[in-house]
Design a binder for this molecule. Structure first.
Ligand code: EPU
Length: 335
């Protein structure tokens, strides 16, 4: 049922109160295609609303993808393939996997958002990215209304990127994602510093996938605000990548700058460190600001407008450019 002029506040994790001219939530593929057959002139596709900043009322139709279902497709020697509908909540799906003793997604515990939007930016955390267990996804072509299958290669995944965020942006709606997960011989990824120390704190010597998930949840809860309690969209910016040569220049000025090699000639710098060093960490501006435990996260303390948060993000970008000569790129979609 199409509704008119409804508030999108419950549908975006920043908790921004803008309205949609029309809004519809679809639970079946048939409903989805029949809505699209009406060729809405302006369309905004919404999943979990966890990676967007809404700065104004939305004209046209907001289409909320609420397709549900988890299906075990195939069991092999050590792995099981699972097909998940786009509208399933990501963390609930991770918990379902852990309940079935399926491994591979435990490091991605507690990431907000839905399964269908996870491939768009190749979600990643604690040394694991979605692409590591991704097999394929089904996506509806908005032009032909045919379902197409995208293999891992078709998706062209990179750091926080895929074809759905670049050349195919706005052309497809992902309806399901298939993963290949381990049911035995789980390969734990605990080398990301904080995980090991968290497991130690928990006094766990031989961790299971469930333990790794618990450790990740504890780390996230200590650093990242829960969007149900405090409006936010996770990392607002991507971690910038600079050339080795430029990094050497920075290092002479900022000898403590944290950094990770990406390629032989490229170095990634945590945006959180740049923002903290620029003095923004924990700063509040009325009812919005920069989170006190993780400077990469901008927060809405309640009632802030999307424009105010956008202005703050631009002030941060300008300051980082001035101090470090680095361009910070937003990770969230600004609408
Ligand atoms: N740091 C600071 N100050 C801060 C935050 C970070 O100095 O306020 C420095 C520290 O040196 C720290 C380093 O940055 O050691 C890395 O911090 P952290 O491990 O928290 O990771 P991140 O690079 O800030 C990325 C992802 C997160 C993901 C974590 C863990 C991006 C843009 N963000 O953050 O993803 O959870 O790694 O793997 O890549 C998200 O995308 O919404 C998100 C939360």
């Amino acid at each position: 049922m199409i509704q008119q002029h409804i508030s999108l506040k419950p549908y975006n994790t920043f908790g921004i109160d803008v309205s949609a001219e029309s809004f519809v939530s679809v639970q079946t593929l048939e409903d989805l295609t029949s809505i699209l057959k009406t060729k809405p002139s302006k369309l905004l596709v919404l999943g979990g609303g966890s990676n967007m900043l809404l700065t104004k009322d939305i004209q046209g139709l907001v289409l909320h993808i609420d397709l549900k279902g988890i299906e075990i497709c195939e069991k092999r020697n050590e792995t099981t393939t699972v097909k998940v509908a786009a509208g399933e909540n990501w963390h609930n799906f991770v918990l379902w996997c852990l309940n079935q003793n399926l491994g591979g997604l435990e490091n991605l515990s507690l990431i907000p958002g839905n399964v269908g939007t996870a491939p768009i930016q190749n979600i990643g955390a604690y040394g694991v990215e979605l692409k590591d267990t991704f097999v394929c996804c089904e996506a509806l072509n908005l032009e032909t209304l045919e379902l197409e299958i995208f293999s891992k290669a078709d998706c062209n995944f990179g750091y926080r990127s895929s074809v759905f965020k670049s050349e195919m942006k706005g052309q497809y709606i992902i309806t399901s994602v298939t993963f290949e997960l381990s049911h035995s011989g789980h390969k734990l990824k605990t080398s990301y510093g904080a995980i090991l120390s968290e497991l130690e704190k928990m006094e766990i010597v031989q961790p299971t996938i469930q333990d790794v998930s618990k450790a990740v949840i504890a780390i996230r809860q200590s650093k990242l605000p829960d969007p149900k309690k405090l409006g936010n969209s996770g990392s607002f910016f991507k971690n910038p990548v600079v050339t080795k040569k430029y990094f050497q220049t920075l290092l002479s000025q900022f000898p403590n700058i944290p950094h990770y090699p990406v390629t032989e000639n490229e170095i990634k710098i945590p945006a959180g460190w740049l923002i903290e060093t620029a003095g923004f960490k924990g700063k509040t501006f009325g009812n919005y600001g920069v989170h006190k435990n993780q400077a990469l996260v901008l927060v809405n303390y309640g009632g802030a407008s999307g424009q105010e948060i956008l202005d703050l993000s631009q002030l941060i970008q300008k300051t980082i450019q001035t101090i470090f000569g680095i361009t910070l790129e937003a990770e969230v979609n600004v609408l």
